[in-house]
Design a protein around this ligand. Structure first.
Ligand code: AKG
Length: 286
């Protein structure tokens, strides 16, 4: 790695125009803006306060009281507490699909009920796309379906909740996902719904999709988790506040991280990935 104290190594790669590199912000859902992110027309979109306090409380209570809640003392890419699995960090595709079959019903129940819920918002977007002749469905492999989302929670900490990373290249080249349709989506996006958060926990988003050379120089051949913060010095960066109730989506090809949560309240989100397979089909998975 080319680095010294006075000249730290800087990531290089694709930077985007001001027209693209921004978040659309709305006080309501705007499914056209959501689609614009999936089409690569704008980097992100955030809809404020979509999950109402009663829905958030219910999902939060279901999450914290679930017998399927898992936790880990030492967490890295994942979480302190979580429910549901991450396809990218799963040991194998079969392992993930087995788990998805086992927890899908419980995951859906945790996020269902009256009001606009994580589950019903996906149905709203499904209807929005269906009116335009596009199918929104769970990603599949060998006739088996992915899980729709997972929940993840991080508690108070001085450290970044998530270190700088990008996901699109990593997923496209993950060996355990060879042949899976998620590797063929055009623009891989992270979609999140925030169930609870104190102060802090902002999404940090840099205007760079790193090239292979600078990824490799930092030893990131497959997973890119943990770009040193100094490697992003001087690169344009957005800080997007994330509050309880917000629903947002962004292009995962650009480096992003999550700032420390400093409010004493955990930062709990519903997380999924979404992308357009072609003009007629959009898929999502956890
Ligand atoms: O929690 C967030 O706001 C971002 C999540 C993220 O970066 C990821 O899951 O890769």
């Amino acid at each position: 790695m080319r680095t010294s104290d006075s000249h730290p190594f800087r990531l290089t790669g694709q930077a985007h125009s001001a027209d693209y590199f921004r978040f659309v912000e709305r006080d309501e859902t705007d499914w056209q803006a959501w689609t614009a992110v999936l089409r690569g027309e704008v980097a992100g979109a955030i809809f404020r306060g979509v999950l109402t306090p009663d829905v958030r409380d219910r999902v939060r209570r279901n999450f914290w009281s679930s017998p399927l809640l898992r936790s880990r003392a030492q967490s890295s890419r994942d979480a302190d507490h979580w429910f549901g699995d991450h396809l990218f960090t799963a040991p194998s595709l079969d392992w993930y699909l087995d788990k998805a079959d086992r927890v899908r019903t419980a995951l859906e129940a945790l996020c269902a009920g009256p009001g606009r819920t994580p589950l019903s918002l996906l149905d709203e977007y499904r209807d929005h796309l269906a009116d335009r002749g596009v199918l929104l469905r769970l990603a599949e492999h060998g006739g088996r379906r992915a899980a729709p989302f997972r929940l993840r929670s991080r508690a108070d900490d001085d450290a970044l909740v998530l270190s700088p990373h990008d996901d699109a290249e990593a997923i496209r080249h993950a060996r355990h996902l060879d042949g899976c349709e998620v590797q063929r989506v055009a623009r891989l996006c992270n979609a999140l719904m925030c169930v609870e958060n104190g102060s802090g926990g902002e999404l940090l988003y840099w205007n760079i999709a790193p090239d292979r050379e600078s990824r490799a120089a930092l030893g990131m051949s497959t997973d890119s988790y943990g770009y040193p913060i100094e490697s992003l010095t001087g690169i344009e960066q957005l800080t997007v506040p994330v509050r309880a109730g917000d629903v947002y989506i962004f292009d995962t090809a650009n480096v992003h991280a999550v700032a420390p949560c400093d409010g004493g309240t955990p930062r709990t989100t519903v997380n999924l990935l979404m992308g357009r397979l072609d003009e007629d089909t959009t898929v999502y998975w956890s």
